[in-house]
Design a protein around this ligand. Structure first.
Ligand code: FAD
Length: 402
């Protein structure tokens, strides 16, 4: 049997085999638990432990730290497969990456070697604490402070909407570490949950993504040794962006997987429900709806996969492509889950059927890790800047009056 090994890496056979294992896990274990997970907003420990024990979290981490370091082209297929039945489970895979990447890539090597192997096995959990009450989209405006005192830093501020804060053992905290305004003043730290002065607030009730609770994190004179700084002073924004690119591609994969599951359920329902003497699926209007959704979803999947390959190839414009993949997949995912629910009629609105869960979960993909509006701004700004600097000679308008 072909399996991944650090020596041979991810051969095509190893990729196929791992995906088949994930598929079996989805059908036999994660899928059957998903409806229960979607009923109560508390951390889905069984799902988390299962993903950890099957080596799914490890795919995010370098082999030197005990991970299996799957290429992004494989990661998106794993995430998509899981999201087809359970958003919470898929978000655990992307969330482990989001909160672990700053440690694996930017912590001093001995600190990374202590912690990352335990993140890969699910023994430890980390949360990524960037957002604040007055700084969500405008991350560079965050006001949590980090003052240097000898060998340590003293952190003060409030972070909000922090996924898995109720259960995390540690937090990546991005704070204003020097007097420089804007993004250049930000520095990232690894902060232990049991640090004196760190308090996790009560769980914040929310619309969807049950199984993956959020809370505020309060930092009052929390002392962090300089050995727990991640990257250089002033590199916090860069670290956050590097981490978020991966998370944004992950959001696209979750949105696509969920939309795939929604279409499959709607198509199945259309064979069972009869109106006007025929099954729903025999009405041309319903067939066209399904056809439009499936075609648009396939286009979005191609965009996401192309983006994943660009990531693996080190494309210097990957941030813009990640924004494109995310905004396209997540906006489409919202439309598809809404339309699939519509195909279920009244049943779609009931908690008995999974579509209402899918629709509630879809909304977060359009908000988290940068909202759709912000990603469109990133893409548009990039196009305008690029056009101002260099044009293909055939498209040069400089001789024309504007
Ligand atoms: C369930 C959940 C989990 C989360 N998990 C985490 C986490 O683990 N860690 C973390 O750090 N954060 C987390 N977040 C925060 C999330 O990333 C932010 O909510 C998101 O970036 C948007 O920020 P905001 O909520 O402050 O919205 P705002 O920035 O206040 O924006 C409000 C609205 O205005 C729009 N808008 C803002 N500026 C512009 C503009 N220039 N042009 C056009 N439209 C604009 C936005 O698109 C949005 O629709 C989570 C949020 C949720 C809801």
């Amino acid at each position: 049997m072909t399996t991944f090994s650090a020596k041979s890496g991810w051969t095509p056979e190893a990729e196929i085999e791992f995906l088949a294992r994930v598929e079996a896990l989805v059908e036999e274990r994660i899928g059957p638990m998903a409806n229960e997970v979607g009923k109560v907003d508390e951390f889905a420990w069984d799902t988390f432990r299962l993903l950890a024990s099957e080596g799914v979290f490890a795919t995010a981490f370098p082999t030197r730290f005990g991970g299996s370091e799957a290429p992004m082209r494989l990661r998106v297929r794993i995430i998509e497969s899981i999201a087809r039945v359970c958003s919470a489970a898929a978000s655990m895979v992307t969330g482990t990456d989001l909160s672990g990447r700053p440690i694996a890539a930017y912590a001093p090597p001995d600190l990374a070697a202590q912690i990352v192997p335990r993140l890969a096995t699910g023994e430890l959990q980390c949360a990524f604490a960037l957002t604040e009450r007055a700084a969500g989209s405008d991350v560079a405006g965050l006001t949590t402070t980090a003052h240097r005192q000898g060998d340590s830093w003293v952190l003060n501020g409030i972070k909000r909407y922090i996924t898995r804060a109720p259960v995390a053992d540690m937090f990546i905290v991005v704070a204003r570490g020097n007097e420089v305004p804007g993004a250049a003043g930000l520095t990232a730290f690894l902060v232990d949950r049991n640090s004196p002065g760190l308090e996790v607030g009560p769980m914040q009730p929310k619309l969807g993504w049950y199984g993956s609770p959020i809370a505020e994190v309060f930092l009052r004179d929390v002392e962090v040794n300089d050995s727990r700084r991640l990257g250089d002073d002033g590199k916090g924004f860069t670290i956050a962006q590097d981490t978020l690119i991966r998370a944004r591609i992950g959001h696209a994969a979750i949105a696509i997987g969920r939309a795939q599951g929604a279409i499959e359920m709607a198509a199945q329902y259309s064979t069972r429900r009869r109106t006007f003497g025929r099954s729903l699926g025999e009405h041309q209007g319903v067939q066209w709806m399904l056809a439009d959704m499936a075609t648009q979803l396939e286009a979005s999947r191609c965009l996401m996969q192309a983006c994943a390959r660009r990531y693996d190839a080190g494309d210097p414009e990957i941030a813009v492509h990640a924004s494109m993949a995310k905004v396209h997949a997540t906006d489409l995912g919202m439309r598809i889950t809404t339309d699939c629910l519509q195909l279920f009629g009244g049943n779609g609105y009931l908690k008995d059927f999974p579509l209402e869960r899918f629709m509630r979960d879809a909304k977060l993909n359009q908000i988290g890790e940068g909202s759709s509006e912000i990603h469109k701004t990133v893409i548009g700004r990039h196009l305008v800047r690029k056009a101002a600097n260099a044009l293909h000679p055939c498209l040069d308008l400089s001789g024309l009056e504007s």
